[in-house]
Design a protein. Structure first.
Length: 187
């Protein structure tokens, strides 16, 4: 069974986040300025300011869009596997999360686990997930250490030259679909 992170994997959050950073704090930043996952380490904002911008971004459901190919893959995965889409996210805004997912995953069954304050591995083991799509390097490394195969969606903040063998870097959802297709063919 596969599992999926949301932000940075399914939802393209950066553009809108940068808009709110400019609107609220006057900083004009580019996507290339986001070079680390812990945003206050690479942006000129405090943790509280970052959280405020993230809150506004996630709540702005109508202006958040999927990462190209993500929704198409989730439809394909559900069609071929017959399984519900299992999300595990560190998001804390449940209402906006469900609103966004219901908007984009019409007629596709899904479940969301909000892992804030716990490690994703706890839920991954509980639900029998053996492949997880993630963008946060620290989480990917933790999952890999616990024998979970990770498809690491390539982002500026997750660069590391040498990855453990059970982390496979994927440049986009087309590569993820090819990987899924090839592994289904072998079964």
């Amino acid at each position: 069974m596969w599992g999926f992170d949301i932000d940075g994997c399914i939802v393209e959050i950066d553009s809108l986040l940068l808009k709110y950073i400019k609107e609220l704090y006057g900083y004009s930043l580019e996507g290339t300025d986001i070079t680390c996952y812990v945003l206050e380490e690479c942006l000129p904002l405090s943790r509280e300011q970052i959280v405020k911008c993230i809150d506004k971004t996630i709540a702005d459901v109508d202006n958040l869009f999927p990462i190209p190919g993500s929704i198409e893959f989730l439809r394909y995965y559900h069609l071929i596997s017959g399984k519900i889409i299992q999300f595990i996210t560190a998001r804390w805004d449940k209402e906006s999360t469900y609103k966004w997912l219901n908007k984009w995953l019409v007629d596709i069954p899904f479940d969301v686990i909000f892992s804030k304050g716990r490690y994703k591995i706890d839920y991954i083991n509980e639900f029998g997930i053996d492949i997880f799509v993630e963008d946060k390097l620290k989480t990917a490394l933790n999952l890999a250490q616990n024998n979970i195969k990770v498809l690491l969606l390539d982002q500026a903040w997750n660069q590391l030259k040498e990855l453990p063998p059970n982390i496979i870097r994927m440049k986009d959802w087309g590569e993820i679909k090819d990987y899924y297709y090839c592994n289904q063919k072998e079964k």
